[in-house]
Each structure stands twice: as structure tokens, then as C-alpha cells.
Design a binder for this molecule. Structure first.
Ligand code: BTN
Length: 132
């Protein structure tokens, strides 16, 4: 059970497990969330800061289980298989007024630079909204 919570017993529970699409058209699959809140999955980005051929990349994260929240916070890292970058996402799983689950996230994309003098331009920030 995800964080020890049975979603069947809570009708307005936001569940991370499953397939999601964001506002850029990127898709991800989050596999089972275990008792400790830890999960993994795969990410297929629709865009890239590089010109490399995009391939499926692994993600690993945590849902916070401390409160048995029906709208939990979470974070995950995507380790891009086709570039030397890393993205971290953090967000919250909400149930909207129509009863639809939505992930409101912010991300930091760290690009690789060859020299410390280029560090200032190596991190970009943004938001993504995921729905099922
Ligand atoms: C790279 O360009 O080096 C890796 C791909 C980065 C894709 C970014 S991560 C944040 C934003 N949200 C997405 O779904 N894709 C882009």
C-alpha cells in the first residue's frame, strides 16, 4: 500500500501511480509507491535543450507519507539517458473541483557545462502540470 494508505477507502485520494501527460506533451509512468513512499518509473520528454535523439529515461522519487494526506507532496529526479543533464521535479498531487487528479510541479533542469565560469547559466527552472 502506498504510504500505508488504501486509496479505495478514500474517494478523493490523489494517487501518483499510473500514466501522466504534462502541458508540453511529455509522458511519464509512475510505478507502485511503496510503504516508505519511494517510487520509480520512466519519463518520455517531448522536448529537449539538446539536439540529441530523445529516449525513455528513468525517474526515482518519494511521496511524503508523514501525514496520511489525500493530496500528498512528492519529488522525483529524472536521469536523462540521452544527455548529461538531470532534472528534479517537486510538487503536489491534487484532486480538482471536478474530482480529476492533477500534479502541480516545479522543476530545475541542470545542464552540463565544461567550465565553472559557465555555472551561472547551467540551471533552468519551470513549471509543469500533469493530468492522466
Ligand atoms: C535535456 O534536455 O538535457 C533533457 C530533457 C529535459 C526536458 C525538460 S525537463 C523539464 C521540462 N519538462 C518536460 O517534460 N521536459 C522539459
Amino acid at each position: 500500500l502506498c504510504c500505508g494508505i488504501n486509496p479505495e477507502s478514500l474517494p478523493l485520494q490523489c494517487v501518483l501511480t499510473g500514466n501522466w501527460t504534462n502541458d508540453l506533451g511529455s509522458t511519464m509512468e509512475i510505478k507502485a509507491v511503496n510503504e516508505e513512499g519511494s517510487f520509480n518509473g520512466t519519463y518520455n520528454t517531448s522536448v529537449s535543450a539538446t539536439s540529441n535523439k530523445i529516449v525513455l529515461s528513468p525517474l526515482q522519487g518519494y511521496q511524503n507519507c508523514k501525514k496520511e494526506s489525500s493530496q500528498p507532496t512528492f519529488g522525483f529526479t529524472v536521469n536523462w539517458n540521452f544527455s548529461d543533464s538531470i532534472t528534479v521535479f517537486t510538487g503536489q498531487c491534487f484532486v480538482d473541483k471536478k474530482g480529476k487528479e492533477v500534479l502541480k510541479t516545479m522543476w530545475l533542469l541542470r545542464s552540463h557545462v565544461d567550465n565553472i565560469t559557465d555555472d551561472w547559466k547551467a540551471t533552468s527552472v519551470g513549471t509543469n502540470i500533469f493530468t492522466r
